[in-house]
Design a protein around this ligand. Structure first.
Ligand code: MN
Length: 191
């Protein structure tokens, strides 16, 4: 049973101007699709052939892990975005963010800084641990917090392919625009 590229919950043009149709068409249509295709080819004659994506992310190493985690991370990333998003979380997650970081603004600054200072390719994550405590972590390349027993709530892709068409080398501008399209309802539902 081969993995498939999941549908986006919005049109490819709907996140503009924060994220252009052209960027989505490459990032989702080419990069995300390529990870799905690579994964299907790599697992064909292995014990992961009929495994769930989560099981592969948790147990695989090398190129199988890299492609499986990139499929998982991109699906999670694209599902964290929505046209007309932004603002702030509500309810329990809002209180947890204030408790952990002092204020939503301080959280946003810390998360943005983690994205801007991650050297090379990778992902920034807002995660929750077993006792409900929040943290911001950086993961290089295909890194995924599930491997550390953490619950991912929000992620930001800082690979150059995520922003180069729209923002060229200006990663901080991409990160600023990201906050305008975060789907806090979705993120809160994961808390
Ligand atoms: Mn990406």
């Amino acid at each position: 049973m081969a993995f498939k590229l999941p549908d986006l919950p919005y049109g490819q043009e709907d996140l503009a101007p924060a994220m252009s149709e052209k960027t989505i068409s490459f990032h989702y249509g080419k990069h995300h699709q390529a990870y799905v295709n690579n994964l299907n080819n790599l697992i064909e004659d292995t014990s992961f052939k009929d495994a769930s994506l989560e099981k592969i992310v948790m147990e695989a190493e090398g190129s199988i892990f890299n492609n499986a985690a990139q499929v998982w991370n991109h699906t999670f990333f694209f599902e964290s975005l929505t046209p007309g998003g932004g603002g702030e979380p509500e309810d329990d997650l809002s209180r947890a963010i204030e408790r952990e970081f002092g204020s939503f603004g301080k959280f946003r600054d810390e998360f943005s800084k983690a994205g801007a200072t991650l050297f090379g390719s990778g992902w920034v994550w807002l995660v929750k641990n077993d006792s409900g405590k929040l943290d911001i972590i950086q993961e290089g390349n295909a890194g995924n917090p599930l491997r550390k027993g953490l619950t991912p709530l929000l992620t930001l892709d800082v690979w150059e392919h995520a922003y180069y068409l729209d923002y060229q080398n200006k990663r901080p501008d991409y990160i600023s625009a990201f906050w305008e399209i975060v789907d806090w309802k979705k993120v809160s539902s994961r808390y």
